[in-house]
Design a protein around this ligand. Sequence first.
Ligand SMILES: [Zn+2]
Length: 469
Amino acid sequence: MKEMKRKLRELSLKDLSDEVLHRLAVSGGVGLLTVALLSFSLVGGMNTGYGSIQDLGKSARVALADLDIASIFSMNPDGDAEKQLKVASAAESEETDPVQSVFGEFYDSSNVDPNAVSIITINGQRIVYMRTAEEAQQVLEGIIKRYTEGNSQITSANFAETVEIITADDYVTAEMAAENKKVTETYLCQVEEAINYIMNGTSQPKTYTVQSGDTMWDIAKKNGISPYQLAEMNPGFNADRLSIGDVLYLYEVQPFLNVTTVEVATETETIPFTTQYTETSELYKGQSRVTSYGSYGSKEKQVQYVKQNGVIVSSSVLSETVLSEPVTQYAEVGTTTMPIKTGSGSLISPVGSTTLSSAAGAYGASRGSRRHAGVDLKANSGDPIYASDAGTVVFAGYSNSYGNIVKISHGNGVETRYAHCASLLVSYGDNVEKGQQIATVGKTGNATGYLCHFEVLVNGSTVNPLNYI
Ligand SMILES: [Zn+2]
């Protein structure tokens, strides 16, 4: 090949005859050499790497040894080679034989119709070569689709860059015909591949799939970047909603194309109902009952989203249609003060003994920033818990760290509480006798084991229960 290049350089190309061209081509061997014998009409200058073709003048016939068209274009990143070159196809060539036969072989040995090949250019730069114009169109549509939601209507899509699909014309035909022989595999893209390439600036984006227990911090650290960088690389990604299987980019996505899409999505939203209360003396204060249940309404909204590369930059509600109105709920609230059954004034242990479950179970023991408000009485799972005195149940239910708890008011400002119960045998408003079973021992809520957490309050303040039982 080197020899041929030299020969070409030495020769005054103006003087090349058809015979010489033919000889060069044949001696090189069609299969081994990337010799393209083309008939050029030069419109402008082009650097072939072997000196300027411009020197040749118009309509010179040129032999290009060891040079395929693709590499010519890559040598001309500023491109517009199509404007500089006017390549007559072999079919149009009048003198023919040698050129046409060689050209014909290139053409015939290709499985891609070079007439169909389309190139997507962005700001004049050739980015991807597609097998057909339809595929090139699919690439651009695919990019827009990737940035929009499945159920929304795209009303407009604009590329910030100048995008063109260069479809086959006579010069592309010859160019690609020559190119197919050598660069089909390298240059022609699949649709998905082209979409990824244009969107990410690379066809194999480096990503990270979120694993169980990951935080943005961990992922950034694992990959040698700062959490801030990671966030920058994944605009629109909500770090608070990191979930297993999410895919994060590990580099700054620098798409060839920046797309602004406007889409309209139809969204359904619930409309909350309101509750109207009326007072009733049939219920105690703090009690309420629903007399007529309400229900949610729903509305359909047309929301317009403007997105840049898939990230919402603004949204506006275009229209709202109420599909069903919410139904108001009606409820009654009690006004009657609950009468409290007065106890004897002396308390008994709810589990029969005053043994603590542990030293930490003492009244006033440290509970982090607080003090233990009661005592943890030693008991076994399922043991009965008895009312310390006669009284009225003012609460029976679940309450955060207390778990299942019963609160009994005994009148005269005395209240007892029994927490971490397994089951509750009384309910709000019940009057209980001293020693009546009210619950069973469990470890619901924040309990270290089976025990009865017992509190005594006098006028709203806790006291040491062991002083009372
Ligand atoms: Zn306790």
